[in-house]
Design a protein around this ligand. Structure first.
Ligand code: ADP
Ligand code: MG
Length: 617
């Protein structure tokens, strides 16, 4: 192997007669003057006399390369030539020269680039692609720790140098993003990361909108000892059944943020009314009673007074309190706004249990999985993460100041799929969890609180947060808008970006400030699997009849409808459907109806407007 072309101090071309290059492999340039620099193969191409290279219009090849090849003794168009474009790692003061020899490294020569820490100190997530030839030189402790899986072939032995993520470095470079289209391997990769957290007993709070994150079922072909160990370290809780919000413990501000989360557009009027009504240690029953009676007083004064008097007697304390509140509570529409949001949350059972099981589980260093429908997870998640983050912060601050800390609370990770639902880009989209996710993204590092956020739509994730994700796993991505965000937010090269749409499931580029450069990784075989997967087509037939016609009936009455008005009409839509409905759900219906041609979508100053298609008028 020899250098045959030099474009810049960073990029060179290397050619070989015998050996095909591997993408991402590392080569040693035998240039003593530059202290044997190392380079990574970023593009490869092979030519033989049937594919004359002079005819080839490959973007890989600079014109100078032809001369270089001849200069070094290759017979163009006559013999087989393997060519690689190589990015040099590290800065050189001057270019290397054409003709310099190139060879494959020993493992010890590249260990510093590939393995940041011992496997027991890091997360063993997969193998580094392009390092297959180094496998035989691996020390025992780095062998057979990352078996792979190929559909149809089952579990295969570790093929290359393991990819070990130095999670301790997150203190300096916090937070992880997992991006990739549907089926690209995000959930599988997330599972592998969580298994490693289970190994290390790192407390993690996992929001699980897909009900897929459990760890008690062994992966087929893998020893079941892992699954049985992990099962005991995992706590799975469902919002509204096993966990929720203790109403009695809510401060006025807590309640305000929950109600905001339950339906956005929480007006100042509602906020004032809430402050007037809510008293410390109110139970759900006492609070809702006051609310109902106040609405009654505003709308049917005599009747309501009569009712109160029958119950509490003339001029009771309750009546006097209520009348005082009524003076401050403002317009009854504010009271109705509060009531609608309150009952929406109550219907989900959110006020029936507290967060004690979550706190206890994290304190026991368990993986704590919270399940529920996505809208409820975002509402509850906003409340929960704020609460836990505060607990951790006050404990860490007290320690820092040398004061007697209150209840101990450990560092922890917040992990979620569908992260763009928790923290969507664009302030016009209501999102209760966005502000606390932002806060953790920006300051969590100081307190040992870290995020692992997965999404198939990085372009829809809040930019402030995206910018704070110091490590990004980028799986197959096809959508141009997502690729653009990835190009902006990572250091992947143009060549890597071109490969993004073609990555196979389970292969990712890892772009990380911790690692220092982008590496291509094949995620290892998981040790556990989701207990059962319903065939999605069976699920479609059983659980979804298509878009609900009731949705159409509800929306038809509201046309033309601005995106910005959705929140205003949520109560009406919910009444028509007799269930809770989220902003996003309605927005998706509108898009779908527009795609079906039932609605016409036009751009307006405040986002799209949907109006009836002609035949519907
Ligand atoms: N690391 C991997 N090794 C082998 N197969 C994988 C890997 N990751 C994903 N796959 C395959 O791809 C499928 C889809 O992956 P999944 O993680 O569910 O995608 P996503 O969550 O991105 O939609 C998996 O069911 C599995 O068959
Ligand atoms: Mg998934």
């Amino acid at each position: 192997m020899q250098v045959v072309g030099v474009t810049t101090q960073q990029y060179i071309y290397v050619a070989s007669r015998e050996r095909k290059f591997r993408i991402n492999e590392i080569l040693v340039i035998e240039d003593p003057e530059h202290h044997y620099p190392r380079g990574e193969v970023i593009e490869t191409k092979s030519f033989n006399r049937f594919i004359p290279l002079t005819m080839e219009r490959s973007p890989l090849i600079d014109s100078g390369v032809w001369e270089g090849l001849e200069q070094v003794g290759f017979r163009l168009g006559e013999e087989t030539i393997h060519l690689a474009k190589v990015r040099l790692l590290g800065d050189l003061p001057s270019p290397v020269e054409v003709g310099v020899r190139v060879r494959l490294p020993e493992f010890s020569e590249v260990e510093d680039l590939l393995v940041p820490c011992r496997p027991e100190k890091g997360l063993v997530l997969g193998v580094i692609l392009g390092t297959e030839d180094l496998k035989d030189g691996l020390p025992a402790e780095l062998r057979e720790i990352a078996p792979l899986y190929v559909k149809g072939q089952g579990v295969l032995p570790q093929s290359a140098v393991p990819f070990i993520f130095d999670y301790r470095a997150m203190q300096e470079y916090p937070h992880i993003g997992i991006f990739g289209g549907s089926g690209s391997g995000k959930s599988f990769g997330m599972r592998v990361i969580l298994e490693e957290l289970l190994e290390k007993r790192i407390p993690a709070l996992v929001f699980d909108p897909h009900y897929e994150m459990s760890f008690g079922t062994p992966f087929e072909g893998i020893d079941e000892k892992w699954a049985s160990a992990y099962e005991g370290r995992t706590e799975i809780l469902t919002v509204g059944r096993d966990t929720g919000v203790n109403f009695e413990e809510l401060t006025g501000n807590d309640l305000a943020s929950l109600l905001t989360a339950a339906g956005s557009n929480f007006t100042e009027g509602m906020d004032n009314a809430l402050k007037a009504i809510h008293q410390e240690r109110d139970s759900f029953a006492s609070f809702s009673q006051k609310l109902e009676d106040l609405i009654g007083l505003a709308e049917k004064e005599e009747e309501t007074r009569e009712k109160i008097r029958r119950k509490y007697g003339d001029n009771s304390r309750y009546e006097r309190t209520l009348l005082a509140m009524a003076r401050q509570a403002g317009h009854p529409s504010s009271l109705r706004g509060i009531a609608w949001r309150l009952y929406r949350l109550q219907r989900e059972g959110i006020f029936q249990k507290g967060i004690e099981p979550i706190v206890a589980s994290l304190q026991a260093r368990r993986l704590t999985v919270i399940r529920g429908p996505i809208w409820l997870l975002t509402v509850f998640g906003a409340y929960l993460v704020r609460k836990l983050y505060r607990m951790r912060r006050s404990y860490a601050d007290a320690l820092q100041r040398g004061e007697a800390p209150g209840e101990k609370f450990p560092p922890f990770l917040v992990v979620t799929d569908e992260a763009h639902n928790f923290a969507p880009k664009g302030i016009e989209i209501p999102a209760p969890a966005r502000s606390v996710f932002r806060e953790v993204a920006q300051e969590g590092r100081k307190y040992g609180v870290f995020l692992i956020l997965a999404t198939q739509r990085p372009a829809l994730l809040d930019e402030t947060i995206t910018a704070q994700l110091n490590t990004k796993f980028i799986f197959r991505t096809v959508r141009a808008s997502d690729i653009r965000v990835i190009e902006e937010e990572t250091d992947i090269t143009a060549e890597e970006s071109r490969r993004l749409p073609y990555l196979s499931s389970g292969t990712a580029f890892v772009s990380s400030a911790v690692v220092g450069r982008t590496v291509a990784v094949r995620i290892r075989c998981a040790r556990t699997s989701a207990p059962h997967t319903v065939n999605p087509f069976t699920e479609l037939e059983e659980d979804f009849g298509g878009l609900p016609e009731a949705a159409w009936r509800a929306i038809k009455k509201l046309l033309p409808l601005d995106v910005g008005q959705i929140n205003l009409y949520l109560p009406d839509i919910e009444e028509e459907l007799n269930r809770s409905v989220s902003f996003n759900e309605v927005r998706e219906w509108l898009e779908e109806f527009a795609a079906e041609g039932r609605l016409v979508k036009t751009a307006g100053p405040f986002g799209p407007t949907y109006s009836p298609a002609r035949e519907e008028e």
